[in-house]
Design a protein around this ligand. Sequence first.
Ligand SMILES: [Zn+2]
Length: 345
Amino acid sequence: MFEIIVTICLVGDPDICRSQLIPGHETHRLDQCESKLTDINSRSLTINEAEISVGRAACREMPDGLSLIEVEPGVFVHLGAIDEPNPSNLGDVSNIGVVIGESEIAVIDTGGSRKVGEDLYRAIRTISDLHISTVILTHMHPDHVYGASVFADVGAKIVGHPDLKRALQDRGEAYHAGFSNLMTPAGFLGTALAMPEPAPSTLDLGERVLDLDVWPTAHSPTDLTVFDRTSGILFTGDLVFHEYAPALDGSLRGWRTALDMMAEKRATYIVPGHGGPVLEPVAGVAPLKQYLGVLEADTRSALERGLRIGEAVEEIGKSEAENWELFELFNTRNATVSYTELEWE
Ligand SMILES: [Zn+2]
């Protein structure tokens, strides 16, 4: 298959460039692709950032996309790396789902950069040429949302929790600076947020209905899960972490309650936001439940003993260190959130 790309460069530093996919023009033969170029080059391409220069469009053979595993007929999962975003993974550090109905396709989360979104798009195009109608974002964190703009370019609706848009507006600048720094400006070039609208409660993909449930503040203030009625698979977003250290950016008590309520969904399997990527619903959540339980118990003990926050975060959750990758990166912040929350009860 062939695709159309443009070279984009930083205006302030023309050595920093990358090839950006213009999705929606894939063809089987090179001459078919080239026949589209005149039309594309006659339009002025706009890329969301003023500091980016855009070259002429060109055709090339489509590179390989992300690896997708078909876990049930029509349900595909991509396992993100258990790692921080960096220049080699370019933000491919969270799980992604693709659900294909009889008439359209839904994507669940999109990775942490435009590049991950492009590779996801390529992978989907090798599986199906149905319309990708909807991108469902499970929450606000940048490692889940930054690939969405690729799908917005081909007319997909971007949807999420009703508060997601405002959360992204509030944090967008900080996310952009942080991720650009982690991945280097070249890797992150062309990445921009695609703003979501509130998700419907159900989505019919043609003989396949998804339930989209919004949650009170738990892992984050914008959590949403996706349940595929056909397969019984529940995409939990970051309401479930597996192997990858959990990050608490909402409410500890809210998160624990949400996990208890999630059991009522009676999913056949769950796809967590990190790790897995396919878990048995009770055993798969058990390590996270244990971690959050320890976090709460340790925090209450520290508060009872009158420890100040600086001393408390030195001990809260530490017994869990062996059970999680990247533990040091997240536990201190989780302890801080937990202490601040429980201190005022
Ligand atoms: Zn998250």
